[in-house]
Ligand binder design. Structure first.
Ligand code: CMX
Length: 139
């Protein structure tokens, strides 16, 4: 069951350059940079009070996010993320209703260790959606 909105995620060619631009133009600070090896991303968050923005760059050449940058060299919105009470239960319910949950079925985790899953964009109005277990409550 969807319980809230978690974040919007933007892929950037360079986290350092993105951080500098957000600081100079908007007075926004990025948090600590972390690496999620499983997902192949180096990432940081901009806390916005009622929500957050996630900035990601590839952490290795075969990162899925590197593929995104090949198609969008200047970066752009990659996905948005909804909090759910249970990734497994939500994925099962989606599958039962014909929506495709991406991946090979192995559990995936975000940088906080929470369970995540991605829904095929064609089954969510054309947008890539991440489901994050309890992500909203962490805020
Ligand atoms: N926006 C829109 N469509 C996208 C997309 C995007 N950002 N990324 C992929 N797609 C489309 C593909 O074109 C493909 O469409 P078709 O089936 O019509 O050809 C479809 O979605 C499936 O993509 P795929 O690459 O074939 O499927 P995979 O299962 O190999 O991988 C995905 C899908 C989205 C999980 C992977 O490409 C990806 O982006 N992984 C990174 C996930 C991520 O952002 N993790 C960060 C976690 C952050 C944290 O630690 O907190």
């Amino acid at each position: 069951m969807i319980t809230g909105f978690s974040h919007v995620s933007i892929v950037v060619p360079s986290l350092d350059e993105a951080a500098a631009q957000l600081k100079v133009l908007y007075g926004l600070e990025i948090g600590e940079i972390a690496v999620n090896e499983q997902q192949g991303v180096r990432l940081a968050y901009v806390e916005l009070g009622n929500s957050r923005m996630e900035l990601m760059e590839p952490s290795r050449p075969d990162s899925p996010v590197a593929k995104f940058l090949e198609k969008n060299p200047k970066g752009g919105i990659h996905h948005f993320c909804l909090a759910v009470d249970s990734v497994d239960a939500t994925a099962q319910s989606l599958a039962a209703n014909g929506a495709r949950v991406l991946g090979d079925g192995k559990p995936q985790h975000n940088v906080h260790g929470e369970r995540i899953a991605f829904v095929h964009p064609k089954d969510f109005l054309g947008a890539l959606v991440e489901l994050e277990e309890h992500g909203f409550k962490r805020a």
